[in-house]
Ligand binder design. Structure first.
Ligand code: OXT
Ligand code: ADP
Ligand code: MG
Length: 569
């Protein structure tokens, strides 16, 4: 389709038109956002030239949609917001994308510098570029239309190169209105060459890692979301299966190899972390999710190999004995090529020890899943969901909550990479609708969002967005009437609900009815099964309000230990 710049006033264009052209020539297919002054026309023009515009109810959800699009496509997702409050609403998603390592660009309309710098009180005036800096990889401002192509190229390269992440791009009202020669504008357009260069680890570092693995008696591979993002799926599977080393998938790395793979050690987590003598981190940080590699969870004598594109990540929490700095795909290929001479034992005894614990834990889990309870709890409800989804192994699972998150992670198996999209490194509530929309729009595939009732509340209004674009998203609200659980008490004995309580017996299904979606309210396993099958078969926006026992759930799910423990009552 012709650029609007060509069709514009003979000989002239302006910043807004050229901004859209620059995004288009860089292959941007979708913009997620909330319009308003000064970006409404930019969204209109983007849509006019064939860039899909998805309009949200809150900028945080639009940002999350952009971030997950970046994670799934390895191209920066684009979030568009108005200035000040719209910019600030997007900031949580920009920061979360940067912490998660998901490439996205938040583009926000902003005020002219002279008014901001003299603090003259502009409409929605805020020093946005400087405010954004701590929350992203870089923040750039485009003050003149002739700088647009460079500004967009820098934002793309920064978002994608090295450890991917969020970038802020500030576009002033004045710049959007400024005209320039149309021919010059066209001539200024370009796309950055090789914006995310593949970095390769040194042969020395590869040999060092293989040598360490060859002396391991109890090796363990930990796969992180960086390994999923790298899209080196075949190489990773070949390395794991050729070496015979057991692997532990972090939550968003589930499905890189199937969760029911014989080498998967997810259901023997404490054993493998506590006894592994050589741990190979592949796209996983030794952060809080792995107890920083310290304490009673870990073998104090463990040696570490770490594959990561970010050199500064090495030694972050424990000394790394064999760092491999480079792209995971290249690193794994090099390890496979050079593996032969190193006798990496298939650790038969170690695998047997793991299998014993796996079987014992599987038995405990089976007992919980098969115990009939009414009202339902997390186990018998998620067993139903797991059984239904076994016939839908290629759909996306979005997941947030505390108990709703931790129990879903362990009960719903994943069989293919990059299909489980959850709260990530920070454990952020509110990713639900944004991730569901981003995944459905990017892939055209169905999504099931398994939500705690509190978690759903953070982005629930964007269920209207899901209905407006008729996306194949089924939201299951595991409704236990509260944050963590629904039977909290007001310690003062007053009439107000406790801090963790939500409306008892709330009917979240009624919300989607308002927007024409399919609504289901279920209290029994059979009803849940029928509703989920019907929702998936319909391919329509659906919400299942799944009643869970208010006493089901524990404070903070699996991470109650992170709460302050005061002896003072
Ligand atoms: O080996 P051992 O014996 O140890 O056993 C382990 C495994 O081997 C075994 N296992 C299995 N056995 C059998 N079969 C299978 N399949 C199996 N799989 C595993 O089980 C155990 C445990 O294994 P697991 O789970 O892998 O291991 P573990 O120790 O848990 O792993 C540690 C972690 C840290 C890696 C893991 O726990 C993890 O990834 N946790 C993520 C925690 C997280 O991020 N939670 C979300 C944040 S909580 C809190 O912040 C919430 N808030 C506050 C808030 C937030 N976050 N954001 C904003 C913007 N505002 C406020 C709020 C408001 S959560 C929340 C809402 C809560 O209410 P909801 O209504 O939404 O949700 P409900 O809780 O449902 O009510
Ligand atoms: P998890 O939470 O699943 O353990 P983290 O987010 O902690 O995963 O770690 C992901 C790591 O992967 C980050 O340190 C990041 O630098 C790294 N990473 C991301 N993409 C690549 C890649 N293509 N090659 C190598 N490392 C990568
Ligand atoms: Mg709840």
């Amino acid at each position: 389709m012709e650029s609007i710049t060509d069709n514009h006033n003979a000989g002239l264009t302006d910043g807004m038109h050229l901004m859209v052209d620059a995004l288009k020539v860089n292959g941007v297919q979708t913009i997620y956002g909330v319009v308003g002054i000064p970006v409404t026309d930019l969204a209109r023009h983007a849509q006019a030239v064939g860039i899909r515009y998805i309009g949200f109810r809150h900028e945080q959800s639009a940002g999350h949609a952009a971030a997950i699009t970046g994670y799934l496509t390895k191209k920066p997702g684009i979030c568009l917001t108005v200035s000040a409050p719209g910019f600030l609403n997007g900031l949580v998603a920009l920061a979360e994308a940067t912490v998660n390592g998901f490439p996205m660009i938040q583009i926000s309309g902003s005020s002219d510098r002279n008014i901001i710098d003299l603090q003259q009180g502009d409409y929605e005036g805020l020093d946005q570029m400087n405010i954004a800096k701590p929350f992203c990889k870089a923040a750039y401002r485009i003050n003149r239309p002739q700088d647009i192509s460079i500004g967009v190229a820098r934002a793309i390269r920064t978002a994608l190169s090295g450890r991917p992440g969020g970038v802020y791009l500030d576009i002033t009202t004045e710049m959007l209105s400024t005209t320039m020669d149309a021919a010059d504008a066209q001539a200024s357009l370009f796309t950055p060459v090789d914006p995310s260069p593949v970095l390769s680890p040194s042969s020395t570092s590869v040999n060092r890692a293989l040598k360490l693995l060859s002396v391991a008696k109890k090796p363990l591979v930990i796969l992180g979301k960086g390994a999923a993002y790298a899209q080196a799926d075949e190489a990773i599977r070949e390395f794991i299966e050729k070496s015979g080393i057991p692997f532990l998938p972090m939550s968003m790395a589930k499905g890189l190899l199937p969760d029911d793979h014989p080498q998967c050690a997810a259901s023997a987590r404490s054993l493998v972390l506590g006894q592994a003598d050589v741990v190979m981190l592949i796209g996983a940080r030794l952060n809080w999710l792995l107890n920083h590699g310290k304490g009673k969870k870990w073998n104090p004598d463990a040696k570490f190999i770490q594959l990561d594109i970010c050199a500064e990540e090495m030694d972050s929490n424990r000394p790394i004995d064999a760092p491999l700095v480079g792209d995971i795909g290249v690193s794994i290929d090099k390890l496979i090529c050079k593996m032969e001479p190193f006798e990496i034992s298939c650790c038969i005894e170690w695998r047997k020890q793991i299998d014993e614990v796996k079987n014992a834990n599987a038995g405990k889990m089976r007992a919980k899943l098969n115990k009939p309870t009414q009202p339902m709890n997390y186990f018998n409800s998620l067993k139903i969901v797991s059984d239904v989804l076994k016939d839908h192994k290629d759909i996306y699972i979005v997941n947030e909550g505390a108990n709703a998150l931790d129990n879903t992670r362990n009960i719903i198996n994943m069989y293919h990479p990059r299909l489980r999209l959850d709260t990530g490194t920070w454990g952020v509530m509110g990713i639900g609708m944004g991730y569901s929309i981003g995944a459905a729009v990017t892939s055209g595939k169905p999504v099931v969002a398994i939500e705690g009732d509190s978690a759903f509340g953070f982005s629930g209004t964007d269920i209207e967005t899901i209905c407006r674009y008729k996306l194949p998203v089924t939201v299951i609200v595991l409704n236990n009437d509260g944050i963590y659980r629904g039977d909290g008490v007001n310690l003062a004995g007053g009439a107000d609900p406790s801090p963790t309580s939500l409306t008892p017996s709330a009917r979240y299904d009624r919300i989607i009815e308002a927007f024409g979606g399919m609504a289901y309210h279920v209290t029994k396993p059979i009803e849940l099964e029928e509703a989920l099958c019907a929702a998936l078969a319909s391919g329509k926006p659906s919400l299942i309000n799944c009643v869970i026992d208010p006493s089901a759930g524990v404070e903070s799910g699996h991470i109650g230990n992170l709460n302050p423990h005061s002896s003072i009552k």
